[in-house]
Design a binder for this molecule. Structure first.
Ligand code: NAP
Length: 306
């Protein structure tokens, strides 16, 4: 089968599209024929070697932890899946990923894919939706009527967080650049601040919750705390966050039941995903290069065999 792998940490040119053996599922594993894998900013950071502590790799490594596809084969002891069934999953980040025609997944990370969106695009759901959900409801403990500022709402996690926060009855203030303003508003933001012209601090009264998804350094994130009301909280997905009792730096965890709930929301039309572009899997190095240069057009899904 074809897969993209890298044999060492480095720039995007370490990624190679090559022929590898198709894996065989062991006990508890499912072999999935990949329909799509979504690119995430962390894929670039892992490849560059910045995340070796939390996610040590064995080389050669196939990236792509967000996956959608169909069940091709099941290993010993796996029950409850039928061949051809469409599934999505958030794969373990330091195991071989879905930038390949087939991937091995632990059965317990898979759940049914949504039926209402293209299967390849469903790869954009797992880690982004879990991050948005956990940030809002596990870490910030967002309540109806609270005011939340979502900084970096124009991205993948942000778009989902805006929708979930608005549906939870929060007042949502979002930051976005011109390319994303209409989209963020359509997701239910009550107010959108163009961060390219206006500081979030300008003219805003303090909020109960700030969710930071923007690529800010620690000092810039600490400055956001001035905008949190007493008793409020800043949740950030961008480490290192501020060392402050009001600040939580979160790391997404896999929770297949939560993922199943989020998939149902997609099918019910309550949660929209926004895939900007699809690339053939063979072009993954180009996607990493665009991301490193800050030039990705938005959420990108890679599809094998295209
Ligand atoms: N800790 C975790 O577990 C975890 C999990 C998931 C993601 N993350 C991290 O969370 C961040 C967001 O993830 P993502 O997948 O949503 O990334 P993404 O799709 O690349 O979105 C990031 C967005 O940030 C916006 N942005 C850029 N500079 C900004 C600024 N100065 N102020 C406000 N907004 C700005 C851009 O929106 P516009 O289009 O409006 O310009 C961009 O689309 C990434 O750093 C990612 O690595 C961490």
């Amino acid at each position: 089968m074809k897969a993209v792998r890298y044999h060492q940490y480095g720039d995007s040119d370490v990624l190679r599209y090559e022929e590898v053996d198709r894996p065989t599922p062991g006990a508890g594993q499912v072999l999935v024929r990949v329909a799509g894998t979504a690119f995430n900013p962390a894929d670039g950071a892992i490849r560059a070697g910045y995340l070796q502590d939390p996610f040590p790799l064995r080389f050669p490594h196939t990236p792509g932890y967000d996956m959608a596809g169909t069940v091709a084969e099941t290993g010993p002891g796996v029950e409850g899946f039928r061949i051809g069934e469409p599934v999505v999953g958030f794969l373990p980040m330091n195991e071989h990923g879905a930038a390949a025609e087939f991937v091995l997944a632990p059965a317990e990370v898979l759940t049914a894919a949504p039926s209402g969106v293209d299967l390849a695009d469903a790869a954009a759901i797992p880690s982004a939706a879990l991050t948005a959900w956990q940030a809002l409801f596990e870490h910030a403990k967002l309540q109806p009527g609270q005011r939340i500022l979502i900084n970096g709402a124009g991205g993948s996690v942000g778009g989902l967080a805006v929708q979930l926060a608005a549906q939870a009855g929060a007042v949502v203030i979002a930051t976005a650049s011109p390319r994303s303003i209409d989209k963020v508003r359509s997701y239910g933001a009550d107010e959108v601040i163009d961060y390219t012209t206006t500081s979030v601090q300008d003219g805003q009264k303090p909020v109960d919750v700030i969710l930071n998804l923007a690529p800010l350094d620690t000092a810039q994130q600490a400055a956001l705390l001035d905008h949190v009301r007493p008793g409020g909280v800043l949740v950030t997905t961008v480490p290192p966050g501020p060392e402050d009792a009001r600040a939580i730096t979160m790391f997404v965890r896999n929770d297949v039941e939560q993922l199943a709930t989020l998939v149902k929301k997609v099918d019910a039309g309550e949660l929209r995903i926004n895939v900007s572009e699809r690339y053939p899997l063979a072009d993954l190095a180009q996607v990493h290069e665009l991301s490193d240069a800050g030039k990705l057009p938005g959420k990108v899904v890679l599809t094998p065999g295209s």
